[in-house]
Design a protein around this ligand. Structure first.
Ligand SMILES: Nc1ncnc2c1ncn2[C@@H]1O[C@H](COP(=O)(O)OP(=O)(O)O)[C@@H](O)[C@H]1O
Ligand SMILES: CCCC(=O)OP(=O)(O)O
Length: 358
């Protein structure tokens, strides 16, 4: 079988992650943390395009990997319109969509344009895999109390679906035969329900638990009052609830590890807030269990905060009456992207074609 060398790119709000894989083997995985000041110099996300692209190319050079040895490029998909799960070949339509009409602003919107440019220069194909807008929600899950407003499937499907497949392989049961609830606990927290191979419900970060830096869902009347009083535009308020909420709002940090240090040092306020985060996560897990009438095979806790025994213990004591809980720490996005595209390159999976939605 031909050896593949895949460059994987994952631009996040505070970092750019870059990796190169020879088939499944990582040659390197590097996370470049960005200085707040460096990024503040750019008014719009897309103004960071050249800066982040150069960073990717320079990192490869530093690692001694010449561009012409690559066979494909993959990026974390950005806020596209709702799409099916799996791989998409990046094309002009996708780059246009992410530049001019994404669902919202997010650093991951830069991934596909950067991957496409690098691949085009080399005559290669570029892909995204399980973008944040994978939507397999059932009609009943979309309905809200306002006819003109629908619930959206916005989450962390790349890590969630990879965790689901990992659990299924270890349990020796096909993913398509399992009902799973998967909580991704990172800087943002989202929780999904997978029924027999489809992600039929998703609690996004606009309605779920608060997280290290996001407010999650808020009491509606107070939110309306606060927004009306603030008299600010959508972009400003959106940035506020995405970056100034949760642990950041209450405790001035989005680093769960530093919160834990404060708790072990006796900070009771920090403990209340941190346990409240676990309490909220557990309530949403419980809510999703009702969708499948309690028939849940396993609850999976994943993402960076799944490294924390304090948080996972608090969640397990609240939800283990529903189903066994499995902890799969880390966000596993780089390897999940690369292995998804490897399946496409080996002909085991077909890439979808993206058509823009104007
Ligand atoms: N060992 C750990 N214990 C507790 N929290 C951790 C640990 N490692 C990372 N975290 C927390 O995980 C969060 C980031 O999760 P991650 O999934 O990497 O985030 P992102 O969504 O930003 O990619 C941060 O709040 C970080 O403090
Ligand atoms: C909920 C959409 C995906 C998202 O917010 O990703 P990050 O947590 O990586 O910012």
């Amino acid at each position: 079988m031909k050896k593949e060398r895949i460059l994987a790119i994952n631009p996040g709000s505070t970092s750019t992650k870059i990796a190169v894989y020879d088939d499944e083997l990582p040659l390197f995985v590097k996370t470049i943390e960005h200085d707040k000041e460096d990024l503040m110099a750019f008014a719009e996300i897309f103004d960071q395009y050249e800066y982040r692209k150069e960073l990717v190319l320079r990192t490869m050079e530093e690692k001694g990997i010449t561009r012409d040895t690559l066979t494909a490029v993959v990026a974390r998909g950005g806020l596209l319109p709702p799409v099916p799960a799996g791989a998409f070949e990046i094309n002009d339509d996708m780059v246009w969509q992410l530049h001019y009409k994404p669902q919202n602003e997010h650093a991951s919107n830069l991934g596909a344009p950067i991957a496409y440019a690098i691949a085009n220069e080399l005559g290669l194909k570029a892909y995204v895999y399980d973008p944040v807008t994978v939507d397999e929600m059932e009609p009943i899950a979309r309905v809200t109390g306002l006819p003109e407003m629908c619930r959206k499937s916005l989450g962390h499907p790349l890590n969630m679906r990879a965790a689901a497949h990992k659990y299924a392989a270890e349990a020796g049961i096909p993913y398509e035969k399992l009902n799973l609830i998967i909580a991704h606990l990172g800087g943002g927290i989202t929780i999904s329900l997978h029924r027999q191979g489809k992600m039929i419900d998703m609690v996004s970060d606009e309605e779920g638990p608060f997280s290290p830096e996001r407010t999650g869902g808020l009491p509606l009347f107070q939110t309306l009052e606060m927004a009306a009083d603030a008299g600010k535009d959508f972009k400003t308020l959106y940035k506020y609830v995405k970056t100034r909420g949760g642990l950041m709002g209450h405790l001035g940090t989005n680093d769960a590890r530093s919160v834990e240090k404060r708790i072990t040092g006796g900070d009771k306020h920090a403990e209340l807030i941190y346990e409240a985060m676990a309490h909220n996560i557990s309530k949403f897990i419980g809510g999703l269990a009702t969708v499948v009438h309690g028939e849940v095979d396993a609850i999976i806790i994943t993402g960076g905060i799944a490294h924390s025994k304090m948080i996972t213990d608090w969640i397990i004591e609240r939800v283990s009456f529903i189903a066994p809980v499995e902890v799969i720490p880390g966000e596993n996005e780089m390897e999940s992207m690369a292995s998804g595209i490897l399946r496409v390159l080996r002909g085991q999976e077909q890439a979808n074609i993206f058509i823009k939605v104007e």
